[in-house]
Unconditional design. Sequence first.
Length: 269
Amino acid sequence: MSRYPPRRPRQSSSDSDCDFVRPSPKRLNTKSYSVPIQPSQSIMSEPNSDQNVSTNDLYKLMMSIKQNQDSLRTSLEQRMTNMETKFTHEISKGIQSLKDEMSMEFANVDNKIRTLENKMLKYESDLHVKNTTQSAINENSSQHKLVFKNITHDTSDMESLKAYVNGVLNAIGLDFNVVDVQKIGGKNNGTTNNSNQSKTVLVTFSDGKERIDVLRNKRKLKDTEDYKTLYIETDRSRHERMQEANLRRIIKSIPNLEFRGGRVVEKSE
């Protein structure tokens, strides 16, 4: 059996003539017009509801998003402003507190410095007054005293030594007595206990006038037999005596100089 369908037999022209002839339709009047179908007025006047609802919703959504963005931006800006103001206030408060603490510390340090300065000024003032007073006392004391050197009177009794000094004053023509006598240094610089060795005595007078009278008349001692080897000098402080001793040692090391009568002079040939 063939897989193709059977062919239809061909029809000839003769066969077509025998077919049924269909009648031709009657032609309508060519001048007639056909009336088009008009859509309903209700359909033309109503818009598309689905399209309108969708557009309105999108518009409202966009406006809502914009409003939310504006509100969020305003809220964030306000929060940032509030935080900045708060931080600025806290920082300013902390700085002011630190300034106050530093000011208090500086004030305490200044007070301590002023206290120390006042104490130092008071100490310096007291020390100056003390030194001035001591200098005045020493000066007044020195103004009433003289040093008698090279005394060969063989006694250690103070009353006997005072009588000896009064005799020296009488020998140079002075009519008053000393107030006190005091041996200074050791006998012969402490090298021997022989009472016949020379002594140095510090003599105190009742006032400065008597002391000056003795200095003015001490040159008369060289004319006396008993006191011509005795020397009378002004009383000096321990510091002055140490300076003189140092000067004597220095002069002693220089061959052509010597210390004589409280002065530095050239040695005589």
